[in-house]
Write a protein that binds this ligand. Structure first.
Ligand code: GLN
Length: 252
């Protein structure tokens, strides 16, 4: 019997820029190559919430996209908060990272309340932070991506950033050299790219956590992983490694 993993792709219609949907494809592909059966549920406004959820992936969006989803998002706030508290692994990029915080005050002065899973708040500024970015993370080593946001995010005391950046004018707010946040198994980050194809360590953290929560252990051999699948995964990792090196050498 195949072991299914249910993944929610959160608001792919309105919150999906700079290739963020590539994160969903990466999780699907890697899970399948580990021998599991990924089942992706695209959740947009007004959709039914799937019966079972092992992982949630959300992308970035324009301020207008964030405004479009906000009412529906609020109807799901309690559910998302309780899944986060239960340890469901989640990856929220940029626009949804901001909305997983406490609030986002946009550059035109409107305020969007967040759901407060991450102790952080965001304030829009005129100058956007744009460009390639490498950060250093205690949990995942070097993380490589691309940021583009007007929002400056400030973490509350004691909230763990996902990583640190060296250059002023980059990362969460351009000032304190933090980037992203990690709360329990929820990762928030400004890194587009897509993030996961170039950062398999994060993809595997999400996968391992989801599988262990649902099935007790992460055991590809017992899940039926074949030699050919193992070899394919190895090839993907080699390609990711090359892509990482190229990306790191790119100017901002
Ligand atoms: N609209 C938000 C900002 O500009 C998020 C942008 C994004 O998701 N790239 O800060």
């Amino acid at each position: 019997m195949s072991q299914v993993i249910d993944i929610v792709s959160l608001y792919p219609k309105d919150m999906n820029i700079y290739g963020d949907s590539g994160n969903v494809l990466t999780i699907q592909r890697r899970l399948a190559l580990y021998g599991y059966e990924p089942r992706v549920h695209a959740y947009n406004q007004g959709c039914d919430w799937p019966e079972h959820v092992d992982m949630i992936l959300g992308g970035g969006g324009q301020d207008t996209g964030q405004k479009k989803i906000i009412d529906d998002f609020f109807q799901r706030a309690d559910l998302l908060r309780s899944l986060a508290a239960d340890g469901v692994p989640m990856l929220m990029i940029c626009g949804l990272y901001q909305l997983f915080g406490e609030y986002f005050e946009t550059v035109d002065g409107s305020r969007l309340d967040g759901i407060g899973v991450i102790g952080a708040y965001t304030v829009g500024q005129e100058t956007r932070m744009i460009g390639n970015l490498t950060e250093t993370s205690a949990d995942f080593g070097k993380i490589i991506g691309y940021e583009n946001h007007s929002g400056q995010t400030f973490l509350r005391d004691g909230v763990q950033p996902l990583g640190t950046v060296e250059q002023d004018g980059t990362g969460n707010n351009g000032e304190d050299h933090t980037e992203g946040a990690r709360v329990h198994n929820v990762i928030g980050t400004y890194m587009h790219g897509s993030l996961l194809p170039k950062n398999p360590a994060i993809a595997d953290f999400l996968i391992r956590t989801a599988v262990e929560r649902r099935y007790g252990t992460f055991d590809p051999a017992a899940a039926g992983q074949t030699d050919a699948q193992r070899a394919a995964l190895h090839r993907i990792d080699e390609i990711a490694d090359r892509a990482r090196r190229v990306a790191m050498s790119r100017p901002r």
